[in-house]
Design a protein around this ligand. Structure first.
Ligand SMILES: O=C(O)CCC(=O)C(=O)O
Length: 326
């Protein structure tokens, strides 16, 4: 895969302390408005990509299976946990390698291909097709992908970083294709799109299945930005400038995180992040697993993962769709 700058990611702590950011003034109306009625329609039922097989036996079988990927335990240190909590993200190198990486990549690629009706027809992905080929909740339809999504090793990392036992919220393949023009992923926070009453401790592991570089669209983060809390959601199809809601963060340089295949970042659901366009000649292949604390309640905002599943305001998000993994 064409890469130019992998393995140069930060190993140090944040330049911006979480405490300093907490002291910065955020307009409270901006910070809270979307909690009541978010304006952005993300992952709605309109998307042709996102279909959930609700409560099916297939999901139950996968959930009770012990056939999870045996990703080797990762020796996370207290200083890495502190760094994650202060920065809102952390890079963990080589969490998957060798034959296991090849096998996982193969399983995800096969699942994506089998769900991409017309590989050459980018329009099938709707507005998100301009950014990437996104396939959500592959674990529910592809047992081999479930082995990765339900990995105890990854879930335990999520639990230790956020300090909470975790459920799966959803997984997704994010394949950013070449030759699509300026297919950057705009600056955004994740958790503001999710129908969760509490958005502070969700986390995503973003695994590079192929090398990710600044040339093909690796992720970049703003250190400490997660401490600001939820801000108005950005429309990814027609993005506003996230920094309009956080002017004081404009001078802070983003931290690009180029990754070798098999390396990953964890990022908090409120961390500001972005990925550049893919200017290489190969697909940037990433697989993300999103975790939510086990006590997460439904806030009734529309979302493809929960729409039509019978949840009422304040219900616990629990059951076969949201297995406890740590
Ligand atoms: O892969 C990308 O380009 C963006 C991914 C992202 O925003 C996320 O995983 O939260």
């Amino acid at each position: 895969m064409g890469t130019d700058d992998t393995q140069t990611a930060p190993k140090t702590g944040c330049r911006t302390s979480a405490g300093a950011l907490r002291r910065l003034v955020v307009d409270p109306t901006l910070a809270s408005s979307h909690l009541v009625r978010p304006t952005r329609r993300s992952l709605t039922n309109d998307s042709p990509l996102l279909k959930i097989r609700k409560g099916s036996q297939k999901i139950m079988n996968i959930q009770t299976s012990s056939n999870t990927a045996e990703i080797p335990a990762y020796a996370l240190t207290q200083s890495q946990i502190d760094q994650y909590r202060s920065c809102g993200f952390i890079q963990l190198d080589n969490i998957i390698s060798g034959d296991q990486l090849d096998s996982i990549r193969n399983d995800v690629v096969k699942a994506v291909e089998s769900e991409t009706q017309e590989p050459s027809d980018k329009s099938t992905s709707g507005v998100y097709g301009r950014i990437f080929n996104q396939k959500v909740n592959l674990w529910q339809r592809h047992p081999n992908v479930a082995r990765i999504t339900l990995s105890r090793t990854l879930a335990n990392l999520a639990m230790r970083l956020e300090g909470s036992r975790m459920r799966i919220w959803h997984d997704q393949a994010l394949f950013k294709e070449p030759g699509m023009g300026n297919n950057k992923t705009p600056w955004h926070q994740d958790a503001v799109y999710w129908p969760h009453a509490d958005r502070w401790h969700q986390t995503t592991v973003w695994i590079a299945l192929s090398d990710a570089s600044t040339r093909n669209g690796c992720m970049s983060f703003i250190e400490g930005s997660h401490t600001l809390g939820p801000l108005p959601p950005v429309d990814l199809a027609n993005p506003q400038d996230l920094f309009d809601s956080a002017q004081h963060l404009r001078p802070i340089h983003p931290k690009p995180t180029p990754l070798k295949a098999g390396s990953a970042t964890f990022h908090n659901g409120l961390a500001f992040h972005f990925a550049g366009p893919n200017k290489s000649d190969a697909t940037r292949q990433a697989f993300a697993i999103i975790y939510m604390p086990i006590g997460t309640r439904y806030d009734s905002q529309r979302h493809i993962v929960t729409d039509g599943q019978g949840f009422a305001l304040d219900d616990l998000l629990e059951g076969a769709l949201f297995p406890i993994v740590s």
